[in-house]
Design a protein around this ligand. Structure first.
Ligand SMILES: *Cc1c(COP(=O)(O)O)cnc(C)c1O
Length: 468
């Protein structure tokens, strides 16, 4: 075994070979040396473990192929672009919403240069970072005031900490939800120091349940959008206007955690209606919070709007400083919100809204174009068909409401469908699809036309790879 070590080529030989290749040109020489060294350590380990057993296993042609792949993986960024072929528009694992071009440009401009982040250019004095979006938020939602924090979980924490610390918050038992495995209303409430007062039964809560729970310790009536699940059948929830009226009788504000919080009215697009933020504000709810990167289609953020009296208190909370958003988020959020000034502009320019409302015809055309591209590239390696299927909105929006789509179904002839799916996680860029009924399915709803060629190339590389 020890004699095999002699067959390992020198670091310098690898270095000379890789340095001559364009792909490695941007990698500094010391880093290339470190990674080649790590690769040769791996080879030695494989000799000791009996994985590499003959001089042929250590042939230069074989090793240089492996070294190239090893170094390429080691030096590329860990955080990378992927292609979302799942059809889940707001896919939390894939970064939720992608940004509108206008928002991307605003981020680039705001980061490449200095900015008026906290300077009032009218006076030359210190300004507020929230000034960039507050007026726009008020205009779009009809609220008197607003602010933005890191995400909606932070928004809920901040609202409860400000308005209900050490006092009671009345919430319907049916709305004590867990979202995405890490956000549970009762636990966030505990962190804020507010005391949860559950009322009603899981499936039904009446106005008198809230009324009976109100005492001198009550600070807030709270409504939570149940986002990723829905109770069907014998079910009752109290409407926002009724809760607001009850609160008014007792001098208590109502806070609604809307979750997704859409500014765009999706009801003409055949969705079971979800209230828009504007509607909730109009119903008189004093404080409303929602995410920036769900249905809104902007950056990760938690948006709080409502009556000035309460928003002013929230702005003064010291916690706010720990939860504040950075300039990149602000830039992207302002640019995204500006698109909503005209709903049709938002529909076309905000990718999340565009994908959800994409007409059937457009999806059909995209499916056919992707199918043609895959057939032309893959030839006999796979059978490609188009078939009706379902997309998902995701992000806890419009639960159990699938959106009809056309899936491009790939049946590989030379590999198992699972091997194709897994292999696509390693391509550059990776392609994330789903396996359904023995086919790898690509949903054109979440795929940009410019990505068809990348998908085809990725599949070709997986289906023609030597030893996988
Ligand atoms: C998604 C969601 C949250 C958490 O929002 P993030 O922006 O992910 O922090 C809170 N409440 C509800 C109802 C939600 O749907």
């Amino acid at each position: 075994m020890s004699s095999l070590f002699r067959y390992i080529p020198s670091v310098d030989r690898f270095l000379q070979t890789l340095e001559a290749e364009d792909a490695f040109a941007p990698v500094p020489r010391p880093e290339l040396r470190v990674q080649v060294g790590a690769f040769l350590d791996l080879c030695r380990e494989e000799i000791r473990e009996g994985v590499l057993t003959t001089p042929e296993d250590l042939a230069w042609e074989r090793l240089v192929l492996r070294a190239r792949a090893f170094v390429r993986t080691a030096v590329r960024p860990h955080f990378r672009r992927v292609i979302n072929a799942t059809g889940v528009v707001i896919h939390t694992n894939l970064g939720r919403s992608i940004l509108a071009d206008q928002a991307v440009q605003a981020v680039v401009d705001g980061c490449r240069h200095y900015s008026n982040l906290e300077m009032n250019l009218a006076t030359g004095q210190r300004g507020s970072r929230y000034a960039h979006v507050e007026a726009l938020l008020c205009r779009l939602t009809g609220a008197e005031a607003g602010l933005v924090v890191n995400n909606n979980a932070a928004a809920v924490l901040l609202v409860l900490d400000t308005l209900a610390k050490e006092r009671e918050v009345v919430v319907s038992r049916g709305q004590l939800v867990e979202i995405g495995g890490s956000f549970r209303i009762p636990e966030v409430m505990k962190k804020s120091g507010a005391v949860l007062r559950e009322v009603g039964a899981t499936n039904r809560t009446h106005l008198h349940d809230y009324a009976q729970a109100i005492t001198e310790r009550t600070a807030l009536l709270m409504k939570v959008h149940t986002s990723n699940y829905r109770i069907i059948g014998f079910h009752k929830e109290v409407s926002a206007p009724d809760l607001v009226a009850l609160g008014a009788e007792h001098g208590l504000p109502v806070f609604e955690d809307l979750g997704s919080g859409n500014l765009f009215d999706f009801s003409p697009y055949h969705f079971m209606s979800e209230p828009t933020v504007q509607q909730v504000v109009r119903a008189g709810v004093q404080v409303v919070s929602f995410s920036g990167d769900k249905l809104l289609g902007g950056p990760q953020a938690g948006i709080i709007v409502g009556h000035k009296k309460y928003i002013d208190q929230i702005k003064k909370n010291q916690l706010n400083r720990a939860l504040r958003i950075d300039k990149m988020t602000l830039a992207a959020l302002e640019a995204t919100l500006r698109l909503y000034v005209d709903p049709e502009t938002a529909r076309q320019a905000v990718p999340t809204v565009r994908m959800i409302t994409a007409p059937k015809q457009e999806i059909q055309h995209k499916a056919q174009a992707l199918q043609r591209k895959l057939r032309a590239t893959l030839g006999d390696l796979a059978e490609i068909a188009c078939a009706p299927g379902q997309s998902r909105v995701g992000g806890g929006s419009f639960p159990e409401q699938d959106v009809p789509t056309v899936l491009v179904r790939i049946y590989p002839r030379v590999r198992s469908v699972e091997a194709l799916r897994d292999g696509l996680l390693q391509t550059d860029p990776p392609v994330i699809g789903r396996v359904e009924d023995g086919a790898l399915c690509c949903d054109p709803r979440t795929i940009e036309p410019g990505e068809y060629g990348l998908i085809a190339a990725a599949m070709l590389s997986v289906l023609t790879r030597q030893n996988s």
